[in-house]
Design a protein around this ligand. Structure first.
Ligand SMILES: *Cc1c(COP(=O)(O)O)cnc(C)c1O
Length: 236
């Protein structure tokens, strides 16, 4: 069943539908062949908004702040039990918080060091499927940004790909201002790793593009856009 918005829909559902339309427009205009997943970034927003979107058919949600995320995951546990929601951790990973992340999330998009990968691998409960991971690349080499440097990426991939409780799926970036150039360079890195490590059979995810630049990101191969304010409204 596909959900269609109507005149009586809430602003939240209207903004969500508009975002999905923009994604589809970008795919059409660029003759994009990849599937593009919409990750709804719900940081600072209440569980009720997430619940409304789940009922409309949104599955993937991203959170940055662990304590806040754990409260929402708990409040929405019924959907997790029904396999109606996928939680992505997109915040900075502190070393002493890896257990909570490994136990409660489905994806982690901000992996940048092997020491953290090893902890997540060791702490991922056996009862759960492997944790899906993306390596965050500091594509513009900004001092202020998290992420592994492009130069260090092959070595980190080589380490992470062999952890049994992790499944390495691709790359994530948060570009500086000129995002188009960063998108082009990230797509090249993504293809380079794919060619270099043919054993990476699940290497299929390029997480780039946010509210302001999702269409440009899709034009350059993004398979997952992380959209917060365009769906939920501005954050305080
Ligand atoms: C907040 C955030 C987003 C969403 O940003 P918007 O501009 O509100 O769409 C995406 N990715 C990460 C890592 C974020 O922290």
């Amino acid at each position: 069943m596909t959900y269609e918005t109507t005149m009586t829909d809430s602003p939240l559902l209207q903004h969500w539908q508009r975002t999905k339309d923009k994604i589809n427009d970008a795919k059409t205009q660029n003759h994009a062949r990849q599937d593009v997943t919409l990750l709804a970034v719900s940081k600072t927003k209440p569980s009720e908004m997430i619940r409304e979107l789940i009922h409309a058919g949104q599955r993937d949600f991203g959170e940055n702040y662990l304590q806040e995320a754990l409260e929402k995951i708990n409040a929405l546990a019924e959907y997790k039990a029904k396999d109606a929601i996928t939680w992505h951790y997109i915040g900075h990973i502190q070393r002493n918080k890896t257990r909570d992340i490994a136990e409660h999330f489905d994806w982690v998009q901000t992996l940048e060091r092997d020491i953290i990968a090893k902890r997540l691998n060791d702490q991922r409960p056996d009862a759960l499927p492997p944790l899906q991971v993306l390596i965050q690349v500091n594509i513009d080499d900004e001092d202020s940004k998290s992420g592994c440097t492009p130069e260090a990426l092959p070595e980190l991939v080589a380490a992470v790909k062999d952890y049994e409780r992790l499944r390495l799926r691709g790359l994530m970036i948060i570009p500086a201002t000129d995002s188009t150039d960063a998108f082009v360079r990230t797509q090249a890195l993504f293809d380079d790793i794919k060619a270099r490590y043919p054993e990476l059979t699940d290497w299929d995810t390029l997480s780039m593009g946010m509210s302001g630049d999702m269409q440009a990101a899709i034009a350059h191969g993004s398979t997952m856009v992380r959209v917060g304010s365009a769906i939920f409204g501005a954050r305080d």
